[in-house]
Design a protein around this ligand. Structure first.
Ligand SMILES: [Fe+2]
Length: 157
């Protein structure tokens, strides 16, 4: 028999699954937006940014997988269809009209910061209800913050 991890009540479990899936949504959008930045960036910093953005995008699928599998482990439906992601993401749409390297970097940094902040809030929001989910968000937060630091380091004068 499958044993699901215990949380305090069924309501909390649904809340945790919802919180986890919101981050599957945000990170899926962030992955696509980071690839859009990788493909469309132009300017004097082209090669540095083109390569950096691809490296950062490459870190995201593992984070999505970890979060989605926690939703499954809690007995929920893991992940959401792309139509849901499009309507429920916390990120603004990617500015397709923008290709100048510094502007693309700034837009991408802003979006990574939104996701990193949202994950930090999720650490707190899950701490009482399910410490294991909270730990998982802490792990994701550490990885996102490191990459956010890389982006911000390129923005500083
Ligand atoms: Fe590529």
């Amino acid at each position: 028999m499958t044993q699901f991890r215990k949380v305090q009540s069924r309501k909390n479990q649904e809340h945790m699954v919802e919180l986890l899936n919101q981050h599957v949504t945000n990170l899926t959008d962030l992955f696509v937006q980071t690839k859009l930045a990788h493909w469309n960036v132009r300017g004097p910093h082209f090669i540095a940014y083109h390569e950096l953005f691809d490296e950062l995008a490459g870190h995201i699928p593992e984070l999505i997988d970890t979060i989605a599998e926690q939703a499954a482990a809690l007995g929920g439906v893991a992940g959401r269809p792309i139509q849901f992601i499009a309507s429920e993401t916390s990120l603004p749409a990617w500015p397709l009209e923008e290709s100048r390297d510094l502007a693309v970097l700034a837009a991408l940094t802003e979006r990574w910061a939104i996701v990193a902040n949202s994950v930090r809030e999720a650490i707190v929001a899950s701490a009482d209800e399910d410490p294991e989910t909270s730990d998982l968000f802490t792990e994701v937060s550490r990885k996102l913050d490191k990459d956010l630091w890389f982006l911000e380091a390129h923005l500083s004068q």
